[in-house]
Ligand binder design. Structure first.
Ligand code: AMP
Ligand code: ZN
Ligand code: FE
Ligand code: FE
Length: 280
């Protein structure tokens, strides 16, 4: 039986592994294929693809976008799109700028309550264009201002805590359109985590291609539930570990078993989307 992991982060967003290390871990866990799905970045894809090719692991281009629909935060995974697509790259650059400004604002808020974190320390540690709250948390720990990441989130970074800054989010429909126009497949990430089932019918009407049924934080019951939902709405099924390397304690790659057949169907849909110029 061949397995895939279609949800992995590298150091180009808030993971800790270089793309080559992600590929090496995939080989170690004998995965047949992986997708790199960094937040608002495709920068790691070229290196990951090269490393995967050398190791005999199939590689799928991916991304994770943050969107909002009916007041809910949604994560939308894109797969198999053209990573050179001009509009996609332009929009990603904007999201990255929003992320960098948000870091500045979070640090300003920390400084205002006398937490002496330097913004440059966060950017140096993040060392990527798509920094996020986990980088601020890691910088707080590195500066000795918090004991661990949990403390950083609990005291400062969680929603409605003193350094929390809301993030601009595009609509779910726009995320779908952006991925489709670049020739990719759009999948709702970890719905069990965001408690966003009520948006699914509307997203399906807007062109959603699939849902992530298998995820580290989905129980067997949750996965079963979303498999049934995928069946009912005629959606693709995907899954992955959402591994962030060491940044969330332990590496999760290899912990979620997704049968290869789901990738086969995803690739067929991607070919269909490309054949119709992004329209389904
Ligand atoms: P951002 O996109 O910048 O808002 O950051 C979201 C990231 O922070 C996600 O990868 C979350 O898993 C992570 N995160 C959120 N809450 C916590 C927490 N309490 N402890 C550790 N990581 C968290
Ligand atoms: Zn993340
Ligand atoms: Fe996510
Ligand atoms: Fe993720």
């Amino acid at each position: 039986m061949a397995f895939v992991d279609l949800h992995l982060h590298s150091r180009y967003s808030d993971g800790t592994y270089a793309p080559e290390e992600v590929a090496a871990q995939a080989r170690r866990y004998e995965l047949a294929a992986i997708a790199l799905t960094d937040h608002d970045s495709v920068e790691g894809c070229a290196d990951a693809e090269r490393a995967c090719r050398a190791l005999g692991v199939e590689f799928v281009v991916g991304i994770e976008l943050t969107a909002e629909q009916e007041g809910n935060e949604l994560h939308i995974l894109g797969y198999g799109f053209d990573p050179q697509n001009a509009r996609l790259l332009m929009e990603i650059a904007r999201f990255q700028e929003v992320r960098q400004n948000r870091i500045r604002e979070m640090v300003e808020r920390l400084n205002r309550i006398k937490v002496p974190l330097a913004v440059d320390a966060v950017f140096a540690l993040a060392n990527c264009r798509a920094p996020g709250r986990p980088h601020v948390a890691r910088a707080l720990v590195a500066a000795g201002l918090c004991r661990n990441l949990d403390e950083a989130f609990e005291r400062f970074l969680k929603k409605h805590r003193p350094a929390w800054v809301p993030k601009f989010k595009m609509s779910g429909e726009k995320a779908l359109e952006l991925i489709h126009q670049a020739g990719g497949v759009a999948v709702l990430a970890h719905p069990g985590l965001n408690h966003t089932d009520e948006v699914i019918p509307g997203m399906v009407a807007a062109g959603l291609d699939g849902i992530e049924c298998f995820h580290t934080k989905h129980s067997t019951t949750t996965a079963e539930y979303y498999l049934q939902l995928a069946d009912r709405f005629n959606l693709l099924v995907t899954g992955g570990s959402d591994c962030h390397g060491m940044s969330k304690g332990k590496p999760l790659i290899g912990s979620v078993k997704v049968p290869y057949q789901h990738l086969e169907q995803l690739k067929a849909r991607a070919a269909q989307i490309r054949a119709t110029g992004g329209r389904k």
